[in-house]
Design a protein around this ligand. Structure first.
Ligand SMILES: C[S@@+](CC[C@H](N)C(=O)[O-])C[C@H]1O[C@@H](n2cnc3c(N)ncnc32)[C@H](O)[C@@H]1O
Length: 264
């Protein structure tokens, strides 16, 4: 592994150690239906795709929530009757998860070297995790997840679209430059495309790969002008694009969340 890849991997853990209480608060806000509007909209759209995958699993299937953070998603899946557990490298995040949900198992570990035996899980999910790792670490992790999946098992994860119409790509580099001046710990972001993800997953050895774009990313810009404008704009978008699920449309590569689903 290159020094740069290892540095980015360590930064992802350090950043989430710092942000653990922010995430804890954000998930509580989501539960209490407060604030974090575009985050909430995007998340609920991706949750529809997760739910669709879960519906195809047998009752009691084993699920790994990889990069489980505060554990809220792990709990949501466990409540549906699955044997869900988490793997998480940030000690502050895992502390929150264990306090939030003492009935669930959260193990320390990273995506490219899982503390798990071969062919253990029916479903592995990583929501908003691989975006913090570079391409090499992503590739290595895809192979590692394949190892722990049962034959026919499914890997579901999200990425950040390079060409999302919220213009996060140029904005990220500007923000990173400013953070560089102030010497604050900023996060790394891996920007990618549906075509690149499909290629990487096939290279890792998955037999089938599907990518989906979710949420018109301009919604994120709209909420910068306040909740009322954001809500109004979101209504317009819903009229034009319904459930904002882009599979064959070019809007897939420009949407707010890129969902990748691979089958072993
Ligand atoms: C934005 S949070 C998302 C948490 C959770 N997946 C969710 O959506 O509710 C990203 C999580 O990925 C974890 N993470 C960072 N690097 C990781 C790695 N190499 N392997 C697994 N998880 C990692 C972070 O510590 C953090 O908890």
């Amino acid at each position: 592994m290159s020094k740069k890849t290892a540095e980015i991997r360590d930064l992802a853990i350090k950043r989430h150690d710092i942000d653990a209480s922010f995430f804890q608060q954000t998930y509580n806000d989501i539960i209490l239906a407060k604030k974090a509007y575009p985050f909430k909209i995007g998340r609920s759209l991706v949750m529809e795709d997760i739910e669709e995958c879960l519906n195809n699993l047998p009752a009691g299937a084993r699920i790994l929530d990889l990069g489980s953070g505060t554990g809220h998603l792990t709990k949501w899946m466990a409540e549906k009757g699955f044997l869900a557990e988490g793997v998480e490298p940030s000690s502050n995040m895992i502390k929150n998860a264990r306090t939030n949900f003492p009935d669930l198992r959260f193990t320390e570990g990273i995506s490219s070297s899982l503390p798990v035996a071969d062919s253990t899980f029916d479903f592995v999910i990583s929501f908003e995790v691989f975006r913090y790792l570079d391409k090499d670490e992503n590739q290595k992790s895809f192979e590692e997840v394949l190892r722990v999946l049962k034959p026919g098992g499914v890997f579901f994860f999200t990425q950040v679209n390079k060409y999302a119409t919220d213009f996060y790509y140029p904005f990220y580099y500007l923000k990173k430059m400013i953070y560089g001046f102030t010497k604050t710990v900023y996060h790394y972001c891996f920007f990618t495309t549906p075509a690149e993800q499909e290629k990487m997953m096939l290279r890792a050895g998955y037999s089938q790969v599907k990518t989906i774009g979710r949420m018109a990313s301009t919604i994120r810009i709209a909420y910068k002008f306040g909740k009322r404008f954001g809500d109004f704009y979101t209504k317009l978008i819903k009229m034009g694009y319904g459930n904002q699920k882009f599979i064959h449309s070019p809007l897939k590569a420009m949407s707010g969340h890129l969902v990748v689903i691979g089958k072993k």
